[in-house]
Design a protein around this ligand. Sequence first.
Ligand SMILES: [Zn+2]
Length: 223
Amino acid sequence: MAEILPGVHLVEGVDPSPEFTTHVYLVKDKGNSWTLIDTGLPGAHAAIFAYLTKIKVEPTAVKHLLLTHLHRDHTGSLKAVTAQTHARTFAHWLEAAFIANDPKYDGPGTPPAEGFSVDERLKDGDAVDAGGGLIAYHTPGHTPGHTSYYQPERKILFSGDLFFVHGDQTVLTPPEFTHHTGTALVSARRMGQLSVDSLLTYHGGPLLRNGSAAIRSVAQSHP
Ligand SMILES: [Zn+2]
């Protein structure tokens, strides 16, 4: 089992290749339900459901599905996952429009193949009653409505594609996949003000300890 922290699972089997990791997180709620953060590429739902079977969680126990941003490697299995889980879906209000392909996103990175209308449109600072209690932080730069989710009690930051871990280096996601790197840097500095133990990145990593130090090193390495 890939339970990397108590109640936090790194879903196995969704990576397209060992070089290109896509970290879909399954997080226990305070009750008996579960929260999924991002959904992997199209087709990743098979691995997600296989993992749920393995840890003996019914698909319908996944009640919440939080999205960090629009890119297809995060939203690719959104429709297939919600069809079986009936999970309530959440994204930042700005990103939600691009996830719906209304308008279709024309920045770097691949937009969804098919638009999807999320249930809950978040704004910066919203508390989300999911994953043990999360705060949605609007962290634009990689995409305009990119959002990170922070669990303050346990100091866990689900940082989507704000950061990218490459070996033992934490950096901003490379500019060729990023809408505006300067904006991402400002978002990184803001996340550097949080107290973060576990920095749960989507590509590379995750870092289970000393997340704040890694975040601050990013903020300093991009003058
Ligand atoms: Zn992305």
